[in-house]
Design a binder for this molecule. Structure first.
Ligand SMILES: Nc1ncnc2c1ncn2[C@@H]1O[C@H](COP(=O)(O)OP(=O)(O)O)[C@@H](O)[C@H]1O
Ligand SMILES: [Mg+2]
Length: 317
């Protein structure tokens, strides 16, 4: 399959349905989640072929993950169900109406057993783009090696590499993250990060302006760098040219997954051969769909639904 290839950990997700402390018998919703899976689903719904490489437990959440991706039309030939370890879990409780708490139950998970042998060279060589994030290298040494292997294979075949910093403070310290992720950013063709993530990566002052962060990061190697700024939109630096996009006005119901949805829109437009401004435009539209719907990926749009956000002043009849 050509199109986008990505690798990472899919987690089972348990989301409490009511705010407050979680008690036995509390209603909750089950799903699966993962930053790279959100990107694969996002591009796929926009018509771009996608393949997902990963390792889940041979258990209910592991099978649910494979079924979700397969149901979206994603190539799951690179997914292994590992009988030796369980699928990791993410538990989301709503402590108060606007304070969500995320707990990871993923230590020793099947996903962290991802290894270089899981990466099929033919799958990478045949892709139009490889997307990786800074979450996977945090999981284990073998998972970090799998990301390296995928990037090596992409480089050898001239396949562009996209890298989303996605720093997760629950998984490692800023210092270890920078040491592991800066080399990945330097090798990538496209880098995405929030403002604080780029500050971390560059060891820059926290008040460094976004356009300065873009210039500094581009100076390290990547031709295309994008900073996401939440409700303030995003900016990119592409072959020395800066472009910006505003965020759409939406009522945020769930901001988790916005960055991954944004990346999906950006990469889908890029794979369609669209220009710098159009990439940011589709990215911002997908980010808006993500924050305006519950779940990281469930609310992402098909191509024919895009006008719903893009023409937001009109009622779409
Ligand atoms: N409140 C919001 N309203 C509209 N769009 C948003 C909002 N928050 C985020 N977005 C969109 O999603 C993109 C990524 O969000 P951001 O919070 O910067 O990333 P991350 O989820 O990685 O922290 C933003 O650049 C913007 O396009
Ligand atoms: Mg992010």
């Amino acid at each position: 399959v050509s199109g986008l290839v990505t690798l990472g950990e899919l987690l089972g997700q348990i989301t409490a349905q009511r705010e407050g402390r979680l008690r036995p018998g509390a209603p909750a919703t089950l799903s699966v989640c993962g930053a790279e899976a959100t990107v694969a689903i996002g591009v796929r719904r926009l018509g771009v072929p996608a393949a997902y490489v990963g390792r889940s437990g041979e258990d209910t959440f592991g099978r649910m993950g494979v079924e979700v991706l397969r149901g979206e039309g994603i190539d799951v030939s690179g997914m292994t169900l590992d009988p030796a370890a369980p699928t990791g879990l993410l538990l989301r409780t709503r402590r108060t109406a606007d304070r969500d708490v995320v707990e990871y139950l993923r230590g020793g998970s099947a996903g962290s057993r991802l290894c270089p042998e899981d990466v099929d060279p033919a799958l990478i060589a045949g892709a139009d783009l490889l997307h990786v994030t800074g979450i996977t290298p945090a999981l284990s040494d073998t998972a970090a090696a799998a990301v390296d292997r995928a990037c090596d294979l992409a480089r050898q075949s001239g396949v562009p590499i996209s890298f989303d910093v996605n720093y997760r403070a629950r998984l490692w310290s800023g210092r270890s993250a920078r040491a592991a992720l800066l080399p990945l950013a330097v090798r990538a063709d496209i880098v995405f990060g929030g403002r604080s993530e780029l500050v971390l990566l560059l060891d820059a002052a926290p008040d460094t302006p976004p356009d300065r962060l873009l210039t500094e990061l581009a100076g390290e190697g990547p031709r295309e760098v994008v900073v996401t700024l939440g409700a303030e939109g995003a900016a990119s630096l592409c072959d020395g040219v800066v472009a910006t996009v505003a965020a759409h006005r939406v009522t945020p119901v769930d901001v988790v997954g916005a960055g991954d949805a944004f990346v999906a829109g950006y990469l889908a437009a890029r794979l369609d051969g669209r220009n710098q401004q159009a990439r940011l435009g589709l990215a911002s539209t997908l980010g808006a769909f993500a924050v305006g719907t519950r779940g990281d990926w469930e609310g992402l749009p098909d191509r024919d639904e895009l006008p719903l956000i893009e023409h937001h002043d009109e009622v779409v009849r």
